[in-house]
Design a protein around this ligand. Structure first.
Ligand code: PHE
Length: 466
């Protein structure tokens, strides 16, 4: 252990500094959780998977699996106080097991790089839509015009390549500035503002004439439409939207002061994240039905429904611009969490300065992202396994790597770490602790395994023809 990492009281300190308050931590984790996953991805995959039953499975996954995984990640991060790989290696040894647990951290570093590679492409679309909104592209536009705008924009690799580059530039800039100055300030105003604007849009959706159709689509379960495949997508979305299973939250936990309550912070973040996703769905689905659009149309869903609605409302140019600016911020603060494990690792193990690490990782992510840029135009017919390059990167990360990471994290926190260590981090052995332990030891790992096996095994069997 580095001597500089042990404070006078014998407690470990992080090399990268600490959050200035509990509020700062909660804001940063909320900033990481709330992003494109809530506003762009949740509605589009709920639409593709038939609504109702999918949404309920997703909510159950968030509570029974997402919460214990998030708590486990934070407590592991705070106990180790390093980048996820080093933390897992250190705690693995400390708990009398092996340092090989570091590979869980490594899995997360790779998942983060892969997710950011396409996340940045979609965030680039949001940046593009800020400009389109501000210049009045959507004022009074018809459904066909709005769809044509989306198809034209994403159909040009130059256009979305440029916005992808711009977004990666913004991300590297903040990451290079470091924990306290960079990350903390970026999240302070964005989430409340986004929430307010969504509530205002909800008012519009309620008056759209199809509000109840939207509500029904989201909450009436048609169980017969639910396959193990969509259950896995719901589980993957729970992981994706909460930023868990890949070490981002573990990395943030490493900067968390000792006295902060992990349970309380987790509950706040999960409530905010789920609330915003539900709100986004309640805004978007009524608009889908009011305008005769298809809920299952895919990644373009938000980019077509919302501009269409904004185009018809008074002050639409202003609100539409504001909305996409806020969504850019939400995506930006999420992107920070996606590279944090990789950057922290480069700083600690490869002796890089934070700026160098940010630029190196940024370049790598940008390059990998070109595959997703091309998936929407030049290479849109080049499909294998889950679909285009973008579809495959998304499937592999959200539905395989994150749940697998979450499974290993809960096994580590629930079975490898001793009771004393985890109870110490979670503030004693009360009812909340017992609930966490039961979920982390049994419900989460068994649930994840069950879903993974049921969803993936038939595919493997069919592919291998056995
Ligand atoms: N949770 C983020 C979102 O919903 C995405 C994300 C995933 C961020 C994993 C960090 C880590 O947009």
């Amino acid at each position: 252990m580095l001597s500089s990492q042990v404070a006078d009281d014998g407690r470990r300190r992080s090399l990268h500094g600490h959050w200035s308050s509990r509020m700062a931590f909660v804001l940063a984790v909320t900033g990481s959780a709330v992003g494109l996953g809530n506003v762009w991805k949740f509605p589009y995959i709920a639409g593709q998977n038939g609504g109702g039953a999918f949404v309920l499975v997703y909510l159950v996954c968030v509570i029974l699996i997402g919460m214990p995984v998030m708590m486990s990640e934070i407590l592991i991060g705070r106990r180790g106080r390093r980048n996820p790989m080093a933390t897992m290696a250190l705690l693995g040894r400390e708990e009398g097991h092996s340092k090989r647990w570091q590979w869980v951290g490594a899995l997360g570093v790779v998942a983060g790089v892969l997710i950011l590679s396409y996340y940045s492409v979609v965030a680039g679309w949001v940046l593009g839509y800020v400009v389109k909104s501000a210049t009045g592209t959507f004022a009074g536009a018809s459904a066909e015009q709005v769809s044509a705008t989306f198809a034209g924009f994403t159909g040009s690799w130059q256009a979305i390549g440029l916005t992808h580059t711009l977004f990666m530039g913004l991300t590297i800039f903040v990451v290079a500035r470091g924990v306290e100055r960079g990350l903390e300030q970026a999240v302070r105003f964005m989430v409340p503002a986004l929430l307010l604007l969504l509530v205002a849009l909800l008012g519009y959706a309620i008056n759209s004439g199809s509000f109840m159709d939207g509500v029904q689509f989201m909450f009436t379960p048609a169980w017969e439409k639910l396959s193990w495949g969509s259950v896995l997508v719901a589980l993957g979305q729970a992981f994706f939207t909460l930023s868990i299973g890949m070490g981002a939250i573990m990395a943030y936990g490493a900067y968390l002061p000792e006295e902060t309550s992990i349970t309380g912070s987790t509950a706040t973040v999960v409530a905010a994240d789920t609330g915003i996703a539900m709100l986004a769905g309640l805004v978007i689905f009524p608009l889908v039905f009011a305008n005769g659009l298809d809920p299952a149309e895919g990644p373009g869903l938000v980019f077509e429904t919302l501009p269409l609605a904004f185009g018809k409302m008074p002050g639409g140019v202003f609100f539409s611009t504001l909305f996409f600016v806020l969504l850019s911020f939400a995506a930006w603060t999420s992107a920070l969490g996606l590279v944090e494990p990789a950057v922290a690792w480069l700083v600690e193990h490869r002796n890089r300065t934070r700026s160098q690490a940010a630029v190196m990782m940024g370049f790598l992510v940008w390059f990998v992202g070109l595959g997703s840029v091309l998936s929407f135009n030049v290479l849109n017919e080049f499909t294998f396994l889950a679909g285009t390059i973008y579809d495959n990167v998304d499937y592999l990360t959200s539905n395989i790597m994150l749940p697998l990471g979450g499974l290993l994290i809960t096994v580590f926190a629930g079975w490898i770490m001793c009771r004393n260590s985890t109870a110490d981090e979670l503030g004693g052995a009360g009812t909340m602790y017992k609930a966490w332990r039961g979920l982390a030891r049994f419900v989460a790992p068994i649930g994840i395994l069950l879903i993974l096996i049921n969803a993936v095994w038939p595919t493997i069997r069919a592919t291998l023809d056995i």
